[in-house]
Design a binder for this molecule. Structure first.
Ligand code: HEC
Length: 104
């Protein structure tokens, strides 16, 4: 019986089409990361990272590492606001990862 219960729990974890199971409570879905980006970042960086408003750099030309981006988004730099008090660590990481798609 116990074995069956354990096997039952495993179902649903492997299907990428399903809403991400909360077994990885840390991970945000891509849609959530995108929503955060649009809400917090697109004002300056634009939907595609290329807006360059408020003297922000073109994110498609950025080659910072993920760790560097996480730090930058957390603490901010120059006129870019840090998100330390507004986003949690998973959210910051998700958004920092999300912008990799803009790279050319
Ligand atoms: C108020 C405008 C503004 C907002 C909002 C903003 N940024 Fe920025 N961003 C900037 C500016 C300005 C810089 C350049 C900072 C510097 O080097 O002085 C920058 C730099 C960056 C860089 C570094 C690019 C590089 O290679 O140098 C990344 C990555 C980045 N922003 C991502 C984000 C993300 C992700 C968000 C949302 C959480 C965000 N930004 C929100 C203005 C903004």
């Amino acid at each position: 019986m116990l074995l069956m219960a354990v096997a039952g729990l495993g179902v649903g974890c492997g299907n990428p089409d399903e809403a991400p199971a909360k077994e990885t409570a840390q991970e945000l879905t891509e849609a959530e990361a995108r929503a955060l980006y649009i809400r917090k970042c697109s004002l300056c960086h634009g939907d595609d990272g290329k807006l360059m408003a408020s003297k922000s750099p073109d994110l498609s030309q950025s080659n910072l590492s993920l760790a560097e981006r996480v730090a930058l988004v957390t603490y901010g730099k120059g006129t870019m606001p840090g998100q330390k008090g507004t986003l949690n660590r998973s959210e910051i990481r998700a958004v920092a990862q999300y912008i990799e798609r803009f790279r050319e």
